[in-house]
Every structure is written in C-alpha cells, then in structure tokens.
Design a binder for this molecule. Structure first.
Ligand code: AGP
Length: 607
C-alpha cells in the first residue's frame, strides 16, 4: 500500500511529482524516491517522510519533463535507501516504482541472478525492472507486457526508460492506477488525490491493463495485447478537504467534521412522509434487496466494526439473517451463499485488497454484491453491482473517524429501507429518522467536551493496557474504541463484550489496568453496571461513557463522560466520539505522529 505518481508533460516534473507524493503520503510513509528523465537520468531516494526527499531534491533541482515517484509502505525489505523505490536495472536505464506484492519474486530472482543480473535491494519489486531489462529490445511497452505476464501477485507500476524521454508506461493488477489527462500532460497515480489539482479528466485502469502515456496523450491495452478504448470521465472535485485548516492534525479535523459527515450521509435520503430511507444507489436492485433473506457483510478494521454494528441493526429492523465476516478470512469460510444472499462490502478507501478479494469471491458464487464506500470511483465502487457513497469527504488521517460515523448512519438507512419494505412500522421508521436528524447537533455538543477528555487522557495516557467493554449495539463501539487507541497511541487495548469479561479478561484487572465502559441508559444498562461493579471490586479504574443525567454511574465511578440521549440503536453514533477524542489526546500527549501512525497506511492494497 504504497503511493505512486507519474508525469509526462511540458512542465518541470519534480514539483508536480513531489506534490503528488505529499498527497499520497497517507498510503505509506517509511521511505520515498523520485526519478526524472533528462540527458542524465536523475534518481533520489530517502528514508522517512516525503519531506526528507523534498530536502534532497530542493538541493539538486533536477530538470526534466518526465518522471515517476513513490512513497513506501514496506512489505519486503526494511525501510532503507536501497530498498526505496524507484528501482533500476543493471545499466541504470530503466526506472520503476511499484505498489503491491510479487508472490513469485524469489523464483524469478534466482533465474535472473543465474542470468547474471545484479540485485541491489531486498525487495520483491526489483525483479520487475530486471525482467523488463531482460525483455527489452527497443520497445518499452512490449518489454513491460512480457515481464508482467511472468508475474504472480499484485501490482500498480510506473516505468520510464532513458531512451524514451517522453514516455511513461503504467500497468495494474490488484493495485489501483488512475490516469489524469489534460491538453498537454498525462499523469498516473494510485488515487485521484494526486491528480485533482492538475486535471478534471480521469481514466481508471482495470486489472491486467497497461497504458502508455505521453504529453496529453494515452493509449490502453490489455497485457495480452488487445486494444482498449476508454474515454476519460469527469472527476468529482473533493477540493478543500485536503487542507488541515487551523487543526493541529487531520484526525482532530476529521473528528470535528462528523456533524457535517452525518448531515451529508442523510442529505436527500430521508423521506418523512413514508418514514423510510431513500438510497438512489440501491434503486436498481431494490426488488432483489427486499426479497433477500440472507445478508453477509464483509470488511476490515474499522469498517468491520461498522459491519458488526450493522448486524445488530439489521436484525433489529428487518427479519434478515445477518453474518459479519472479516474479509481476510472470508475465502476460508464455507458460507452458504444462495440466490437471495446479499453480500455488502464496506470500505472507506474502496481499495482494501482483502475486501476486494471477498466481494469477487461472493460474485463468483452468484450473490448480489453491494458496496458502501467513501472514495468515489474506487475499485470496490466500480466492481459492485450497486451501492451507496458515504460522502464523508476526503479522510486523510490514517485512523478512520468521520467515515465510521457516516458508515453507521448509512447502514441504519439501509436497514430502515429493507425493514420498511417488510414489517417495520411507519412510527418506528419515523422515530429513527427523527433521531438521526438530531445526531449532528448532538455530536456538536459532545465535541465541546474535547478539553475535558484531554484532561482524562492526561491522567491515563501512561497506562500500558486498556480494556473497552460494551453490550449489544455498544459492543462494536468497544472494539472500535480499543482499535483507535491502539492505532494512534500504541497503547495495548482490547475491546470485549462486557458479559464475556468474567470468562477470562477480568484476570487482567488491577489498579494499573483501566477500563472504558460503554454504559448509555438503555436496555442493557443494568447488566453493564454489574460488569463495572466486578471491575471496581478488583480496584480497576473505570472511565464510563453514559447518557446525560445518569447519576447512578456518577456515584459509582470517578470518571464519567456524558453524551446526549437518543434512540438506543442510534447511541453508538454518539458514544464513539469521546472514544475518538480520548485516543487522539492520548496519542498527542505521548508525542505520537497522530496522522501517520507507525507501521500503518490508510489504504491497505495488499493481502
Ligand atoms: C482504521 O482506523 C484503519 N485505518 C483500518 O483499520 C481501516 O479501517 C481498514 O484498513 C479498512 O479500510 P477501508 O475501510 O478503507 O477498507
């Protein structure tokens, strides 16, 4: 899950490539590199953030109108300068950047070594440039085609050759590549964020396609040499989302953007006269959806926890049988996918390889495959039959926040849509819609607690372990809260079903092991209070998230965060916000790089 960008045009390439890298940095940031063609090709690589590379390039000021660049998330070989991309062939004539994993690289490498090629890095990627060198006889595109036909695994690549000064070759299988076309320039990148400021015309490459770019021109073929005609489509502008504004971090900005994110998710989708949701993206499959009896939700990470919440929501609002599956485990499950099975893939980025593999598996088995995605035009959006965009706006912080609350909002609208086509009453539908419309204002109230949450974080951010507990709709939120803390503060945290705690994890509890308990005043409140009592009995510190005015808890535990009251099934949209703020403040107080946590990347495009 690296970021690659390429340019061929009339302007100096270095500025355009470095700006592209900055915009793609959330995809991987352990090292980076750039190659620019001119009489003597220029190559620079640096360990660490893109800023390191920028410093080097600023000193050298390389000239040239064609180039490629890369920001890395290491899969094979440590983040060193030698392992950073671009990689070159033995003659340093061919330069290549890659996003993905070459599964048969060792066998290919052994063959190339035996043929006398010298390798400089520990990466899987380097075999690609030597394979191209091996196949090259004056025509770069066909050499790349030949090389890629030998490869097993995934790739998004960009290649330049000193002997072809205006040409860039790009290709994809599994990892995203989008082209940006303007009158006198062509670009390619892992996602549109690196193109949006240069053009509004984009072309998405599909798997096993290769493209040749020149200034303002492009052609596409399949790897087995069939011509592909695909015209450019207009890019939906996401301008403004990339600016951090006065916020010190994107994560905090995106936490504070949640009221708008929920408003965007609801806009034009609420029908009060019928007490139902209106989801344009599902209209073409409404008949099949309303007959479906079986729903399988596939996703990863935070999106998986949104799926887990959806299981409770669909079971409450519809009579569907719902299964929530980790996408990376889906291929190993023998799930009974029937004609009226719906498989819903949830993904913020729309590029997560595990989720993509799961939905392709479901399609192969004949399921109706739908998507809930934030990034417009992403691969999952294009490969699902129908779906809904969450319109949460661009999410730059690696830790998902606003995309989660907008996912929960839309999953509730989906459950409502199906439920109202069955036994769910108008009154119940209206109650939930009215409650949803209160959520943005209520989140604004909760955001005013940020300073108080920071004080709490100051008390607990040196703890080494945390437990998060919740019941029913709050159980997925406990898991999400623990994930947020792990991701950005590197504190070990476990989310647990509150009732499960006494079957093991309670052994961990002592005065140095705090617990965050999700205890809104709902149907499972009393049971959660008993679980809190069990922890207090073992001198475990407890931070409770509950509903405003709930004095019973205030008398029991020292640290209470109150959120406004709403319909029980909607409370997760409120209780998650203090957990996001807590994780954020703990991370800042521990001096962590909140927006680019170590070892993570925003879009996981490798399995
Ligand atoms: C969440 O904060 C993480 N960034 C990660 O767990 C993420 O949710 C997961 O990789 C799935 O990403 P997706 O929603 O883009 O598919």
């Amino acid at each position: 899950m690296c970021g690659i960008v390429a340019y061929s045009g009339r302007q100096q390439a270095r500025g355009i490539l470095l700006d592209g890298l900055r915009r793609l940095e959330y995809r991987g940031y352990d090292s980076s590199g750039i190659a620019i063609l001119n009489s003597t090709p220029y190559l620079a690589r640096a360990v660490g953030k893109v800023a390191e590379l920028e410093r080097r390039v600023a000193q050298d000021e390389p000239q040239g109108l064609v180039g490629i660049a890369h920001t890395r998330w290491a899969t094979h070989g440590k983040p060193t300068e030698l392992n950073a991309h671009p990689h070159t062939d033995c003659q340093r004539q061919i330069f290549l950047v890659h996003n993905g994993i070459i599964e048969n690289y060792q066998a290919l490498k052994n063959r190339l070594l035996a043929a006398g090629h010298q390798f400089r890095s520990e990466t899987d990627t380097e075999v690609l440039v030597h394979l191209i060198e091996n196949a090259y006889n004056g025509h770069l595109e066909s050499a790349v085609q030949k090389a890629l036909l030998e490869v097993q695994g995934t790739f998004g690549i960009a290649v330049v050759h000193a002997a072809h000064p205006a040409e860039v070759i790009v290709a994809r299988r599994g990892s995203p590549i989008v082209l940006g076309i303007s009158a006198d320039a062509s670009l390619a990148a892992s996602d549109v964020s690196a193109l949006a400021q240069h053009t509004t015309q984009v072309v998405y490459l599909e798997d096993n396609e290769i493209a040749r770019l020149g200034p303002g021109e492009y052609s596409i073929k399949t790897l087995d040499n069939r011509a592909v005609s695909r015209s450019a489509t207009a890019l939906e502008r996401v301008a403004g989302d990339l600016e951090r504004g006065d916020f010190p971090h994107y994560m905090l900005k995106e936490i504070f953007e949640q009221p708008e994110a929920v408003e965007n998710a609801l806009r034009g989708r609420v029908n009060h006269s019928e007490g139902v949701a209106k989801l344009g993206g599902l209209e073409s499959v409404l008949d099949r959806l309303s007959q479906a009896r079986h729903l399988i939700i596939v996703s990863c990470g935070t999106s998986y926890y949104a799926g887990l919440f959806a299981r409770y929501a669909f079971e409450t609002l519809t009579d569907m049988t719902v299964e929530t599956e980790l996408a990376s485990e889906f291929r190993y499950r023998k799930l009974n996918i029937r004609q009226n099975t719906v498989v819903l893939a949830i993904s913020q980025s729309g590029e997560t390889a595990d989720t993509l593999a799961a939905l392709r598996e479901a399609k192969r088995k004949g399921a109706l495959v739908l998507g809930l995605v934030n990034v417009v035009g992403s691969t999952i959006a294009r490969e699902t039959l129908a779906g809904v965009y969450s319109h949460a706006g661009m999410e730059v912080g690696v830790a998902s926040t606003k995309s989660f609350t907008s996912q929960l909002t839309i999953l509730l609208l989906m459950a409502l849509l199906v439920g109202r086509s069955r036994d769910l009453s108008y009154e119940e539908g209206e109650r939930i819609l009215r409650g949803l419309e209160e959520v943005p204002g209520q989140i604004r109230e909760i955001l005013k607690l940020s300073d108080a949450v920071r004080e709490l974080a100051a008390r607990f951010c040196q703890a080494s372990h945390f437990l998060y507990i919740g019941r029913k709709y709050q159980y997925p939120i406990a898991l999400e809260g623990a994930l947020k803390l792990k991701e950005v503060s590197y504190i070990h945290a476990e989310g647990y079903a509150a009732g499960e705690m006494k079957h093991g994890p309670i052994a961990l509890i002592d005065p140095s092991f705090p617990t965050v308990a999700l205890a809104p005043a709902d149907g499972s409140f009393d049971k959660v209070v008993s679980n809190i009592q069990e922890i207090l009995a073992r001198s475990g510190p407890v931070i409770a998230i509950t509903t405003v005015g709930n004095t019973r808890l205030a008398s029991l535990v020292n640290h209470v965060i109150e959120v406004p009251h709403n319909v029980e099934i909607l409370m997760p949209l409120l209780t998650v916000v203090p957990l996001q703020l807590f994780a954020y403040h703990c991370a800042v107080l521990r001096g962590c790089d909140v927006d680019k946590p170590r070892n993570l990347a925003k879009s996981v495009t490798v399995e």
